[in-house]
Design a protein around this ligand. Structure first.
Ligand SMILES: Cc1cc2nc3c(=O)[nH]c(=O)nc-3n(C[C@H](O)[C@H](O)[C@H](O)COP(=O)(O)O)c2cc1C
Length: 342
């Protein structure tokens, strides 16, 4: 059924397709009984799927990665598909429009996307308003925070701090995003000095020791990863989310000319899988279990999810795989996991 739907969806602009799909789902859920029906279709339960990570109880290991629900509009709708957690954001203190359109591109042959959205979002106050309303029971909600495009890099910490404080009582965990390739200079915050400053400032404003994760790029060297591990341990973070999109253009089936015509942006989906897995494995080997790892990048079926977990991920998240494999992806991953565990 989803494959049939994609015949139509792939003909329209990917960003419009995203909003249209979500509009259809939200409209459908207004029909009495629809929510219960979708729960029966999509949700997989089982004690064996339960995970305790960073002190939080996850009903299962699969979450929705940041960027899909930047403004916290779809928590109720996406929870129906079986996610144990949803990471909203990236959110910035002030609303911003993001980069000019088009800024999201499908690479269907490679089962990938290139995006240069640029943190388009409605701002932290709007998100806080939505998060204070009723939320699906049992759903863990994380907030992925970033800086506004026009905030100078030297003032970045303040941007993160504003969102951290405003959302503190409303979310279960935070993710500090310093790895998006679409905000100029953001990735330099992954360097030792600014990163230590940023994370220790947030931790000083964290009286309840709420779990804080760091989301990193897949393009870091081993030396950079070693530094990050030290910083994560020094600043007592809950863990690392590995990885964001890549600026690389390897492992693509499309022609070089068509890739070049798209221009700058972060690549996600199948081509980022290998890189993400390598980062997860490196963090597991070097980190020796001292912090949690959330694996994200190229998960599109139960086998790729299992590989992330075998590499060392405690939990996994999906984004691009959901676009290509459809709403049954979580169910497919969880059913296989439950089978293996029983
Ligand atoms: C359109 C799009 C927008 C994204 N926006 C964000 C974002 O705002 N913040 C963030 O941390 N990651 C963002 N990501 C990255 C994803 O959360 C994820 O880390 C990455 O896409 C790799 O996973 P995937 O291969 O399953 O998509 C975005 C990805 C896509 C495709």
């Amino acid at each position: 059924m989803y494959r049939f739907f994609t015949l139509f969806l792939y003909r329209i602009d990917p960003e419009k397709a995203h909003y249209l799909t979500m509009w259809c789902l939200m409209t459908f859920l207004k029909i009495p009984g629809a929510r219960a029906l979708l729960r029966i279709i999509f949700q997989v339960r089982g004690d064996a799927l339960h995970r305790k990570v960073a002190g939080m109880d996850f009903a299962n290991p699969v979450g929705l990665a940041a960027g899909f629900d930047k403004n916290g509009r779809y928590l109720n709708a996406m929870a129906v598909l079986g996610f144990s957690h949803i990471e909203v954001g990236t959110i910035t203190p002030r609303a911003q429009p993001g980069n000019p359109k088009p800024r999201l591109f499908r690479l269907v042959k490679s089962r990938a996307l290139i995006n240069r959205m640029g943190f388009n979002n409605e701002g932290v106050d709007v998100l806080a308003g939505r998060l204070s309303r009723k939320r699906p029971p049992g759903l863990i909600v994380g907030a992925n925070i970033g800086k506004n495009k026009d905030t100078p890099l030297e003032d970045a910490t303040n941007d993160y701090l504003i969102s951290f404080r405003k959302l503190y009582a409303l979310v279960d965990y935070f993710t500090v995003n310093v790895s998006s390739p679409n905000t100029p200079g953001l990735r330099t915050l992954q360097e030792k000095e600014p990163l230590t400053h940023l994370l220790s400032t947030l931790q000083k404003s964290n009286p309840d020791e709420k779990p804080v994760f760091l989301k990193i790029a897949p393009d870091l060297t081993e030396q950079q990863l070693d530094e990050i591990i030290d910083i994560v341990l020094d600043t007592k973070l809950a863990g690392v989310i590995a990885t964001n999109t890549t600026i690389g253009r390897e492992a693509l089936s499309e022609s070089k000319a068509s890739i070049e015509s798209i221009g700058a942006g972060g690549l996600s989906g199948r081509p980022v899988f290998k890189k993400s897995i390598e980062v997860v494995r490196y963090l597991r080997d070097r980190g020796k279990g001292q912090f949690a790892i959330i694996g994200v990048g190229g998960i599109e079926d139960s086998a790729s999810a299992a590989q992330h977990i075998e590499a060392g991920a405690d939990l996994v998240q999906v984004y691009t795989g959901l676009i290509y494999s459809g709403p049954g992806l979580v169910k497919c991953i969880l059913k296989r996991m439950r089978q293996k565990l029983s």
